[in-house]
Design a binder for this molecule. Structure first.
Ligand code: PQQ
Length: 682
């Protein structure tokens, strides 16, 4: 190990960016995507098809908060650095699980309301004895890797604004790069670079024009301005950089993905139309200055929440007989894009799931050919569109084998009925979509619910990028399966929403091994080697937007609540540690004893759908991350309910007061709606 770690140190000590570009047989996992190219491929071969049946649990630790666990652990010199929901940081002996130090940045729980998608975090960065963390409330914190003591801390946004951070920072060129989220809450997207030694801002690149021209930074105004109409809502326009950021050492650039528009409905956002740069784009900027290099817009004039923030993989690949330096992304919109990362030229765009919003991407213009029926803001009719806002692929990282150019993508098949709202009053405590999501609530009919479940599925897709052909596909009953790890041992590791960590043969997708994690696994596994033994580590813990918002689709077979058990699991050959017995019992719903006011319940449904649905689940059915309100005792009393919804007595647990937006009548209507849902469930 030490020889290899020293090898790695050689790369980082002589300058800043000369880190290995291709996977070496590195025994660490030093960066978010393992190497600079973020391929999530490891050269380790100790665990392979011959011995994988001997893989067992080496050790585990319970994580402090039962929320979605999405982080990629880093392993450097025998120490694992990982982070978990609400930004707890853990430094562990990677061989034994012994806790070396832990750090809690004490993110106020009320910050949760500003996040669309659970209080998750996707990882840390490491650089020369420092661990860099970005918190949900927008702080960038450098910790001493030996002690966990903070070295500096800086704010990346004003906390009066509706920003959050869930993504992992990246480090290169003596700088830390980080973006943020909040496009559903009317913020203006940007990515910033901070000095790694001092935490001072070096540059900031804005992805969309400002409604108010409040802030300044790098923004290619000439390019952007003509793609927006002059009018538009008062909200800032979105375009958040909430996940993918890659440093490309070959071009000294930062390549990042930009999210959806705020609101989704283009009629409200930019009534005169336009491409709305840089929404849904992959953008390259100079790593030292933030100056614009090139962009490719995956979904011009974005309208379906088609973020292009999904993980970006860099590679060197042959195209028509020429070696090209490429960037690969499978964004929410369902097309797999391969771009030349020197100039942003589109080399390939092929669907990887069922897509109905566009028939294909025209390779001459580089633009999608949009299906007019999907343009719900023009037709005024509901449009059932695939993929849904969940994406053909979301943030769950894919893996790429550079030896044979095969990519492994966690894909999702789903549809969503988009229906335009004519206008919308912007809200700070609710998502601003300009789309009537009530249309998407499942009717009570169990047959319809089952039909929707049947039409919603996930898969692990292996595609050969040399031929564009799919090699194999492993199907899952639902979406929201985990990120992927590929190894030279010819094994592909992936967790599933159904609660397993799985290992598949890389050549044909045959499942060779699985482990019952007792909870949905959404995070990507990593691998490393210490004292001659290879380990596989993964954070387990059901969560993120899908479980939060779509309860009916994410209930587990046993209908148990809550479904999240947050743990870091570590495996090696010959180990046989056991998890505690899963003795959760199904909660009971108290019967409704009072008369339900049907009219109030109907109004409550409308209000619930605007303010509560993102956390407490569509149709009042919670997804097992935050309370399913139908099981909550406070529904039984108007006073108790009001003290939570308006009085904010549970703010310390994240349930803020909605008094600035709702009055006592609204709150009671929502209670009547929940009571009606309880009545229905009985
Ligand atoms: N986050 C998740 C997750 O962690 O489960 C899923 C999503 C986000 C999405 O599907 C999003 O569209 C999304 N959008 C934004 C945004 O527009 O700013 C932010 C985030 C986030 O920060 O987690 C997500």
């Amino acid at each position: 190990l030490s020889a290899c770690s020293n090898g790695f140190n050689k790369y980082i000590s002589n300058g800043i960016d000369a880190t290995p570009q291709k996977s070496t047989a590195n025994t660490d996992w030093p960066m978010h995507g393992n190497n600079r190219y973020e391929q999530r491929f490891s050269e380790l071969t100790d665990i392979n098809a011959k011995n994988i049946s001997e893989l067992g649990l080496a050790w585990y630790i319970d994580l402090p908060e039962n929320r979605g666990q999405e982080a990629t652990p880093l392993i450097i010199n025998g120490v694992m650095y990982t982070t978990s929901a609400w930004n707890h940081v853990h430094a562990l002996n990677a061989k034994t699980g012994e806790i070396l130090w832990q750090y809690d940045p004490k993110v106020p729980k009320k910050q949760g309301i500003k996040g669309c998608c659970d209080s998750v975090t996707r990882g840390l960065a490491y650089d020369k004895g420092r661990v860099i963390q970005a918190t949900l409330d927008g702080r960038l914190i450098a910790l001493d890797a030996k002690s966990g003591i903070p070295l500096w801390e800086t704010r990346t946004f004003k906390n009066t604004l509706n920003y959050t951070i869930t993504g992992a920072p990246r480090v290169a060129r003596g700088k830390v790069y980080i973006g943020n989220g909040g496009a559903e809450y009317g913020v203006r997207g940007y990515i910033s670079a901070y000095d790694i030694n001092s935490g001072k801002l070096v540059w900031r690149f804005y992805t969309v024009p400002s409604s108010k021209n409040l802030d300044s930074g790098v923004e290619p105004e000439a390019l952007m301005a003509k793609t927006w109409s002059a009018q538009g809502s008062d909200l800032e326009k979105g375009g958040t950089v909430w996940d993918s950021i890659v440093y490309d050492p070959d071009t000294n650039s930062i390549i990042f993905g930009v999210g959806n528009g705020s609101p989704w409905n283009p009629n409200i956002r930019s009534p005169g139309g336009g491409d709305n740069l840089f929404l849904s784009s992959i953008v390259s900027v100079n790593a030292d200055t933030g100056n614009y290099n090139w962009h490719y817009q995956t979904t011009p004039g974005e309208a379906w929440d088609y973020t292009a923030t999904q993980p970006i993989v860099l590679a060197d690949m042959e195209f028509d007989g020429t070696m090209r330096k490429v960037a690969i992304q499978a964004p929410k919109n369902g097309f797999l894009y391969i771009l030349d990362r020197i100039n942003g030229k589109l080399l390939s765009a092929k669907p990887f799931v069922d897509v109905t919003w566009a028939s294909h991407v025209d390779m001459t213009t580089g633009r999608p050919v949009v299906n007019p029926e999907a343009e719900y803001w023009k037709t005024g009719k509901p449009a059932l569109v695939m993929p849904s806002w969940m994406g053909g692929h979301n943030w769950h990282p894919m893996a790429f084998n550079p030896n044979n150019n095969v990519i492994y993508i966690p894909t999702q098949t789903s549809a969503f009925p988009y229906l335009a709202e004519d206008e919308q009053t912007p809200s700070k405590l609710a998502v601003n979509l300009g789309v009537d999501t009530k249309a998407a609530n499942l009717p009570d009919d169990p047959k319809v619910i089952q039909a929707v479940k049947d039409a919603t599925s996930g898969a692990l897709l292996a595609r050969d990028l040399r031929t564009g052909k799919d090699l194999w596909k492993v199907g899952y009953p639902g979406v929201w399966n985990g990120g992927v790890l590929a190894t030279a041992g010819e094994i592909i590791f992936q967790g599933s929403a159904t609660g397993y960590v799985n290992a598949y043969r890389a050549d044909n997708g045959e499942r060779l091994w699985r482990f019952n994690a007792q909870t949905g696994v959404v995070a990507p596994p990593v691998t490393y080697k210490i004292d001659g033994e290879q380990y596989i580590a993964v954070n387990a813990g059901w969560g993120g937007i899908m479980p939060l918002m779509t309860g009916e689709l994410t209930k587990d077979a046993a209908q148990q609540y809550p479904r999240n058990i947050s743990r870091l699991l570590v495996f090696k050959l010959g180990a046989s540690a056991k998890l505690p017995v899963d003795d959760r019992v199904a909660l009971q719903m108290a019967p409704v004893t009072t008369q339900i006011d049907k009219d109030a319940a109907h109004k409550g449904f409308e209000t619930y759908d605007r303010y509560c649905v993102v956390c407490h689940g569509g149709g009042g059915v919670g997804g097992g991350v935050v309370p399913d309100l139908r099981f909550s005792g406070i529904t039984q009393s108007e006073e108790a309910w009001a003290s939570v919804v308006l009085g904010g007595i549970l703010e310390s647990r994240g349930m803020v007061s909605f008094k600035s937006e709702l009055d006592a009548g609204d709150a009671e209507n929502i209670r009547q709606f929940i009571l009606d849902r309880i009545r229905y469930a009985h």
